[in-house]
Write a protein that binds this ligand. Structure first.
Ligand SMILES: [Zn+2]
Length: 332
């Protein structure tokens, strides 16, 4: 389940404290990087303070403190580094090599902090992220070690935080953010050739769809042109991902964006837009066969590539410099 994460900027006065952290604790949300606090909206449910610190939410143990907001939602305040203990193993298998987990930890930390100012006070405007946070039950020793080994490290581009993107497997070439979503150009998100993710079960895949299913998904677009009779890709972007697709019908054709095609067919049914074969077969003209590679949007860190580089001996900074070229690792 995805949860919304709010940085420590919500007006505290509107919240009713239910459980206060002990005064002798070193926790100080306004001080250094390793003690910055996040406020995580856990939602409605039963929360109980635990003796010795932490609390349970619907029976699951969490670090930090909590309050119940006026809407009845439980909001926890947790130190950033302790939050990462739980997030990293949910975003990357904790059995993966240490330096891959360390790269993920730096990404996860930057992802959160880039949505606020490192100099923020308790009153800054809250912002949202959507990294999975599962409390103590999600933590593993390997993930905690990766967070500790990179404590306070963030990815920077110039003086600011780098925009952090990651996906499971790029299939051999990471995607430019501008090709995936448009928007501002980031030189470190322009796409790189990746030769490290071949162990992914999604490195290469084949999918097969009845042409009629595609026709149904685009019924509105092809309505003026009659029944769908064929389909082909008409343009690729710089990484080899499909940019436009032509739907050929009895009385004309319609052009659609590759991203729209994946959205309509379903992101699970079509793992990525890095496609090497996209055609109906002369033998089976009523079916669309797609051969492709990778899983996810492909922008930024290729997680299976990080694993591959780690197995090849790369450090976390080697990995991050490869997938985000021109960035530096700094402290927040
Ligand atoms: Zn890759």
């Amino acid at each position: 389940m995805r949860r919304h994460v709010f940085l420590a900027g919500v007006a505290l006065a509107s919240l009713t404290p239910v459980f206060a952290r002990p005064q002798d604790d070193e926790f100080d949300p306004a001080s250094s990087s390793t003690t910055q606090a996040l406020r995580v909206l856990l939602g409605r449910g039963d929360a109980q303070a635990m003796p010795g610190g932490g609390f349970t939410f619907d029976g699951r143990p969490y670090r930090g403190t909590f309050v119940r907001d006026p809407d009845g939602n439980i909001v926890t305040t947790v130190a950033l580094e302790e939050y990462l203990y739980s997030v990293v193993p949910r975003e990357m298998p904790p059995s993966w090599p240490p330096t891959a987990l360390q790269a993920q930890a730096v990404c996860a930390r930057t992802y959160v902090l880039q949505r606020s100012s490192p100099r923020r006070t308790y009153d800054l405007v809250p912002s949202e992220a959507d990294q999975v946070y599962g409390g103590l039950q999600s933590e593993t020793p390997a993930a905690r070690a990766a967070v500790d080994a990179t404590a306070a490290q963030v990815l920077r581009f110039g003086p600011g935080f780098a925009q952090i993107m990651y996906s499971s497997c790029c299939g051999g070439h990471t995607e430019a953010s501008t090709d995936a979503w448009g928007g501002a150009f980031f030189p470190y998100l322009a796409g790189v050739v990746c030769t490290h993710c071949g162990d992914s079960p999604n490195y290469r895949w084949t999918r097969d769809f009845p042409l009629a299913q595609v026709g149904l998904a685009f019924a509105q677009e092809i309505a003026p042109f009659g029944t769908l009779t064929g389909i082909r890709s008409t343009a690729l972007d710089g990484s080899g991902r499909i940019r436009t697709i032509e739907l050929t019908c009895q009385r004309g054709s319609a052009s659609i964006k590759g991203s729209t095609f994946r959205l309509r067919i379903g992101a699970r049914a079509l793992p990525s837009l890095l496609i090497t074969k996209f055609d109906t077969s002369p033998d089976v003209p009523d079916r669309l066969t797609i051969e492709g590679g990778g899983l996810g949007h492909g922008v930024g860190l290729c997680q299976w590539g990080a694993r591959g580089m780690a197995l090849e001996g790369a450090s976390s900074s080697d990995i991050l410099n490869f997938y985000f070229p021109g960035t530096t690792i700094g402290h927040d």
